[in-house]
Structures are given as structure tokens and as C-alpha cells.
Design a protein around this ligand. Structure first.
Ligand code: FES
Ligand SMILES: [Fe+2]
Length: 359
């Protein structure tokens, strides 16, 4: 199957049947980042992950292990916890069944009232396969999914110098936007729109189109920013905690689109994470985190903050154009979209989607 498609059907951005297929074929089988590990510093710290019609509870247990469970009570299925916080154990808010942090059932309220005695060991929380990587807890609903690292095709090794687990958020938000989840991810990797949408921002800073490399289902794009300015190179050399970095890792913005919906922009002193989840076929939720390295000071702090301000403005430029893209696509007047070579990341993305959809 050709992984670099040049034509895309508009219904991929508008049809709820198509989205249903994506949920079944892609989101219920892939590795998905459920949330950042910095939220789980101590035993009992937890967060809940509510997307894609699922609710997953992620916590650090008494042994320091990170575990993920379906956030549903084994009695009648009530949600157990919401939001994030710290607990000693988990008590169902409905009839009070209690679970330990390792998911085992501790007590059943008035346990002799069931038709027969329920064996505690059979009614622990249902565990979800999970792993930790680059400061995030990743989950998959597919018990047979290969280990995450195995699916990354060398990206994990490449990201090692950045020590991304040391990054801490400066700003996080979640917001629903009126466009398809794929549109946002493609746009973040699309160079074709830069002179038009970012004429006053990114465009003057870049002369060469970025290079694109695929790693199995994932892609990496490297963008040399302001390579001609020697002051910038000098500053960047002073913002390189972590490492050892390659010269390109210091000078070029690296973007990775980790299939299906996790996009990062990395430099040694900053990390932007954009996770995009479908809400309906025509809307998505962005989970955004702008991070800098723990303990950033001086020039490194200034560089990170300047990048943050710029990237918020650029994001706003993209969101405006994405809204008008989707509203045009919704008319159905352009049933087939054609992709330019500077939209190569989108070509690859749809090729990979095709493979998962037909698998
Ligand atoms: S649903 Fe949880 S105790 Fe009844
Ligand atoms: Fe853009």
C-alpha cells in the first residue's frame, strides 16, 4: 500500500461513519499518551484520562509503580475518580466498594447481601496496558499491542539527549475547536501554508523547506530557524542542558508527529506538546502543553519564554485558518483534495491511516 497518498477524500473530515472507523481501527489499538508523569510524583497521585468515550485512571501505587485502570467500579460500573489529585485508596462514590492503589478490591459494602459471596480476588479493577516514556504515561486498549518502544522506529533513541522527562509545563490548556482532529495535526507539519498564514512570523525566519523523514508510522520534520543569524546560534549554544546534542538538534526545530495524535516541537530548551482528540467528525479537543526544562534560568529561561510567546501567536494564526478550512470542507463542494509536495507529512499521515483502517 502506498504510504504517500496525493489525494484525500473530504469525507475524512466530515463523516461520522469515518470517525467511527477511526475510533475502532486506530484509537482503540494504538498507543496514546494519557497524561504527563510529573502529575504522579508520589504514591497515591492520580489523574483521569477522559477521551474517545473512555475513562482511564492513572496512578502511582504504594510501590512507586505507575498503573492504569479502567475508571469503572466492578460493582455496577460507576466512575470512581474524576480530575486529578492524591488518594490513599479508591472508594466508589456510589455504594462504597473500596480498592487499593494496586487495583485489588479491599472491601465490599455489606458483602453478605449478594446472591453468593463475591470472591475479592476476582473483582479488582481492570488494568489497562501502560508504559512510561519521555515524561508521559502511555496507554493502549489493545492487550496485544507491541511494546511502545518497538513501534517508534528509533525515535526514542534520537530523543534521548533532550531528556524530555525533565520538561515542566509553563502553560497547559484543553480546548474544543470546530475542525477535524487530523486537520490540526497536518497543519502543524504543513510547510505549504507558511508564506500565507505566517507571513509576519515564521516565514521571514525560514529559507529552506524542512526535511521530512518517516519512522514507520511516525514522521519527523526539521526546520532550520534563522540559520543566518549568528547571534541566535551563539545564544542557542548557551541553552543546551541535557545532551549531548547533534549540531542540528541545537540549531533546528524538530517536530515529531507520533501516530496517531501526539505532536511535539522540541529544542534543547523547550517542548511543545499538542495532542488532538476527535470529539465529533467536525470538532476536536486540543490538549496543549508548553514546557521548559526544570530549573531554567538566565538566557535559557528567556529563550524558552520568547519561544512560548511566539508559539502562542503562531497557534492562533493556525486556528483561524483551520476554522475556515473546515467550514469550507463542510460544504462538500470539493470532494477530493490534492496534496502538494510541501504537504508531504499529510500524504504520509493519510497513507498510514489507510493502512490502519484496512488492517
Ligand atoms: S457502583 Fe461502585 S459500589 Fe456500586
Ligand atoms: Fe501553521
Amino acid at each position: 500500500m502506498d504510504l504517500w497518498v496525493r489525494r484525500v477524500e473530504a469525507e475524512r473530515y466530515t463523516s461520522s461513519d469515518w470517525l467511527e472507523q477511526e475510533r475502532e481501527q486506530i484509537f482503540s489499538r494504538a498507543w496514546i499518551a494519557a497524561g504527563p508523569e510529573w502529575q504522579l510524583e508520589r504514591p497515591g497521585d492520580y489523574f483521569t484520562f477522559q477521551e474517545l468515550g473512555e475513562s482511564i485512571l492513572v496512578l502511582r501505587d504504594d510501590d512507586g509503580e505507575v498503573r492504569a485502570f479502567h475508571n469503572v467500579c466492578r460493582h455496577r460500573g460507576s466512575r470512581l475518580l474524576t480530575g486529578c489529585g492524591r488518594v490513599d485508596g479508591i472508594r466508589c462514590p456510589y455504594h462504597g466498594w473500596a480498592y487499593r492503589l494496586d487495583g485489588s478490591l479491599e472491601s465490599i459494602t455489606k458483602g453478605d447481601g449478594f446472591e453468593k459471596t463475591l470472591e475479592h480476588r476476582r473483582f479488582g479493577l481492570r488494568e489497562v496496558k501502560s508504559t512510561r516514556w519521555m515524561g508521559y504515561v502511555w496507554v493502549t486498549l489493545d492487550d496485544k499491542a507491541p511494546p511502545l518502544r518497538q513501534t517508534l522506529g528509533g525515535i526514542a533513541e534520537e530523543l534521548e539527549p533532550y531528556a524530555l522527562h525533565e520538561m515542566r509545563p509553563v502553560q497547559t490548556f484543553e480546548k474544543v475547536y470546530p475542525f477535524n482532529w487530523k486537520a490540526m495535526l497536518e497543519n502543524a507539519m504543513d510547510f505549504y501554508h507558511v508564506p500565507f498564514v505566517h507571513n509576519g512570523t515564521i516565514n521571514p525566519q525560514v529559507s529552506e523547506p524542512p526535511d521530512l523523514t518517516s519512522y514507520g508510522d511516525h514522521t519527523r520534520q526539521r526546520l532550520d530557524i534563522a540559520a543566518g543569524y549568528s547571534w541566535r546560534t551563539r545564544l542557542d549554544r548557551r541553552c543546551t542542558r541535557g545532551g549531548p546534542y547533534t549540531p542540528r538538534q541545537i540549531g533546528a526545530l524538530h517536530k515529531y508527529l507520533l501516530f496517531p495524535n501526539f505532536l511535539i516541537n522540541v529544542l534543547p530548551y523547550h517542548l511543545t506538546v499538542m495532542q488532538v482528540f476527535p470529539v465529533t467528525a467536525k470538532s476536536c479537543r486540543l490538549r496543549y502543553a508548553f514546557c521548559r526544562r526544570r530549573g531554567a534560568r538566565g538566557i535559557e529561561l528567556l529563550r524558552a519564554n520568547a519561544t512560548w510567546a511566539a508559539s502562542r501567536y503562531i497557534l492562533w494564526e493556525d486556528i483561524k485558518v483551520l476554522e475556515s478550512f473546515q467550514s469550507g470542507v463542510n460544504t462538500g463542494r470539493i470532494p477530493i483534495q490534492r496534496l502538494h509536495t510541501e504537504e508531504a507529512a499529510a500524504s504520509h499521515f493519510h497513507g498510514v491511516i489507510n493502512r490502519w483502517m484496512n488492517d
